[in-house]
Design a protein around this ligand. Structure first.
Ligand code: UDP
Length: 239
């Protein structure tokens, strides 16, 4: 039977790296499939789902500019990388019978819908998974900021930050410190003041100013996303 959840509409944020498996770069189709199954199992609970996917598995603006590329050009390349990831996840979800729309912050009408808020809300009401691509459409931002922006615009109840290799927010890096402690809850201000690596600072501030909770959890365990929505498992709530 399908477990119940308190949530009606959520946004799932994953990094581009979540799609690369252990290849270290690009897209790993079985990993994309696995993530799509996680999303489908939450969709099956009746939850309306937005997604924002990073691009770091393909290109990061900062890395490009460190190699001498003009920063805004590099950032546009990063935004285009998120479109490729969005199309890969769309394809995997539709292969599982879940209807989706890729909605791009940069117009490319042959590839994805342009972002029109009311239209996106309608898609959600019709239970289509909305994959928001191309970040915010602006250089100098990240997909974390895009996730917070879209979650606010779509009136999502929370952002679910699906992580690899970590199941929440710790007081120090759990991969380097055996005594690192996971927070059950932590405030936005503590994330900023202690520089806890949840999201970049502008994204956290945007969530804080709109009281949008962040649920940081691990995407490594099959059924993890669904479990968290049903109130099970370990995670950190930033509020
Ligand atoms: N990016 C941008 N504006 C945005 C979102 C993303 O310029 O609104 C660019 C930026 O260069 C970033 C890249 O796209 O490095 C990929 O996004 P991000 O680093 O957030 O991906 P993730 O780390 O989540 O995989």
């Amino acid at each position: 039977s399908t477990p119940r959840t308190q949530y009606k509409r959520v946004l799932l944020k994953i990094s581009g790296e979540a799609l690369m498996g252990d290849q270290g770069f690009g897209l790993h189709p079985p990993t994309v499939q696995r993530i799509a199954k996680e999303v489908k199992s939450v969709h099956d609970m009746g939850v309306e789902i937005c997604m924002v996917i990073g691009g770091g598995n393909v290109f990061r603006g900062l890395a490009g500019s460190a190699q001498g590329m003009e920063r805004t050009t590099a950032d546009y390349m990063g935004m285009l990388a998120t479109v490729m990831n969005a199309l890969a996840v769309q394809s995997a979800l539709e292969g599982l019978g879940v209807f989706t729309r890729v909605i791009s912050a940069i117009r490319m009408d042959e590839v994805a819908e342009p972002y029109i808020r009311r239209r996106a809300v309608r898609h959600l009401e019709k239970k289509r998974v909305c994959i928001f691509a191309a970040g915010t459409g602006n250089p100098y931002f990240t997909t974390d900021t895009a996730a917070t922006l879209r979650a606010n615009e779509m009136n999502c109840e929370a952002i679910f930050m699906g992580k690899n290799g970590v199941d929440g927010v710790y007081d120090k890096d759990p991969k380097q410190h055996a005594d690192a402690k996971r927070y059950d809850t932590v405030s936005y201000d503590d994330c900023l003041a202690k520089n806890l690596r949840v999201m970049d600072a502008s994204a956290i501030a945007l969530a804080r100013d709109n009281s949008l909770p962040l649920i940081v959890f691990s995407l490594d365990e099959p059924g993890g996303f669904r479990g968290i929505l049903a109130g099970e498992g370990t995670y950190t709530r930033v509020q």
